[in-house]
Write a new protein. Structure first.
Length: 115
């Protein structure tokens, strides 16, 4: 059985991270033309937005389940590190802030959950 984390002050960073990944997953799942073009610009196939969306939605789900938080945090960290590397490789530094903020928020959630 899945046990959701509580809606408490201690879980605020985790809930914010989960919401950020949920929003990112929904946005990528729309596969609008600018999103597809951005994935291609970063060296991915145009359909990779759906793979990313699925992984982001899975991350959001795993983060709010108490027993799967660590798996969600690891998956989310990998997604954001990959996004940061893709942005750096494409030299599109104006786009580095969103994945960096997602990663920072996730790291805050991990630190709080560990302590």
């Amino acid at each position: 059985m899945f046990t959701l984390i509580s809606f408490s002050y201690e879980n605020l960073a985790t809930l914010a991270s989960a919401f950020a990944f949920l929003a990112g997953g929904v946005i990528n799942a729309t596969a609008l033309k600018p999103i597809r073009e951005e994935f291609v610009r970063y060296g991915f196939p145009w359909w990779w937005c759906w793979v990313t969306a699925l992984l982001e939605l899975l991350t959001a789900f795993l983060l709010v389940i108490g027993s799967t938080f660590a798996i969600g945090a690891a998956l989310g960290g990998c997604i954001m590190v990959a996004a940061i590397f893709a942005v750096i490789r494409a030299r599109d530094f104006r786009r580095i802030l969103p994945p960096a903020i997602f990663l920072l928020l996730l790291l805050v959630a991990v630190v709080i959950q560990i302590s």
